[in-house]
Design a protein around this ligand. Structure first.
Ligand code: GTP
Ligand code: MG
Length: 317
């Protein structure tokens, strides 16, 4: 029988390699972006040893320092995923970019899930049409995934609905710990399944219901920070488009005594998505979308429509 190896980690003892592979840590990328505690728990290796293995894996995959011109070339090659609305795409510089997290926050029925569905379909288009030519991993934490609706959106783009649905891997997260574990496991399959888009709809609901009360806030924020790091690394290491929906909550301003609506999960999360959008309802099927944070685009506002065909610029198409 041939010996198991992990590319880049050939110096590890054979029994360590075997236990890593057996537990799903099949390549240096998967190891590099795992948390030491999880690696130790999954494999039975000590925490110290898990940390050493992760350091080795990070050294292997980390890119050496680059000059900004090289970074420009990398940025130009990043994928941009069309939303179906040219107005929304132009707000984002072509759509959500690969390698980073794009957050879509909004109140109920503002179209967050509909946009996620639309991205599942457009991700499968050729790159020259704004797609990613790849599969989708959809983490559904609210039980609102609808294969039927995605099928309708596929038909509207002259795509075979069953073929489109076969390319979407759906995982239903039952609570926040389950959600964290699912995201950690995506990096195991991202490469082998040609995943190009990861959707989390929504990031917030389990965390908000699993950690109730002031005494749980610190624990919740720590878990959210770990979860955010997993998503950030996943996007960066595999150059994936990561789209995450978020709920809005009321925040009281203790100075003015007033209140305003802000995306949920507070400071622990708010700095993690590179790009942030907020949706608002307008009359009929119109939705306002505001870009509130981007490393490369000015803030701005546009309108799109939720039509029977999906997300569009025009209510009648
Ligand atoms: P929450 O998950 O409740 O926070 O809301 P959300 O922002 O995810 O809302 P969602 O994306 O589910 O949008 C719901 C709205 O989309 C509905 O009120 C409808 O206006 C519209 N919608 C949902 N399904 C369809 C459909 O099949 N056809 C059309 N034309 N519109 C739909
Ligand atoms: Mg929803």
């Amino acid at each position: 029988m041939s010996k198991n190896t992990i590319k880049g980690l050939e110096t590890l003892p054979e029994e360590t390699v075997n236990v890593l592979i057996k537990n799903g840590y099949k390549n240096a990328k998967a190891i590099a972006i795992s948390l030491a505690g999880d690696l130790a728990e999954d494999t039975g290796l000590s925490l110290d040893y898990a940390e050493q293995i992760i350091v080795k894996a990070v050294e292997k995959i980390a890119k050496p320092a680059m000059n900004a011109e090289e970074l420009l070339d990398i940025e130009l090659k990043r994928n941009k995923l069309t939303s179906g609305s040219t107005a929304l795409d132009s707000l984002l510089g072509g759509g959500p970019w690969s390698g980073e997290i794009t957050e879509i926050a909004g109140g109920f029925a503002t179209g967050k899930t509909q946009l996620c569905f639309q991205f599942c379909v457009t991700a499968q288009l050729p790159t020259e049409n704004g797609g990613l030519e790849g599969k989708v991993f959809y983490l559904d934490s609210e039980g609102t995934f609808s294969a039927t609706r995605i099928g309708e959106m596929a038909v509207a783009l002259d795509m075979d609905p069953r073929k489109v649905l076969r390319n979407i891997i759906v995982a239903r997260a039952l609570d926040s710990s389950h959600q964290i574990r699912i995201v950690q496991k995506i990096n195991e399959i991202a490469q082998q399944e040609n995943i190009k888009l990861v959707i989390v709809d929504s990031i917030a609901s389990h965390f908000r219901s699993d950690y109730i009360g002031k005494d749980k806030i610190a624990e919740r924020q720590l878990k959210i920070m770990q979860h955010a790091s997993s998503l950030t690394n996943l996007a960066y290491v595999h150059d994936l488009v990561v789209v995450v929906s978020n709920q809005m909550v009321q925040k009281i301003d203790y100075v003015s005594g007033g209140s305003r609506h802000v995306p949920a999960l507070g400071e622990a999360w708010s700095h993690r998505p590179q790009t942030r959008l907020e949706l608002r309802k307008s009359p009929g099927q119109a939705r306002m979308v505001r870009l509130t944070d981007s490393p490369r685009r000015p803030d701005g506002e546009e309108v799109f429509y939720i039509t029977p065909s999906g997300i569009r610029d025009n209510p009648n198409r």
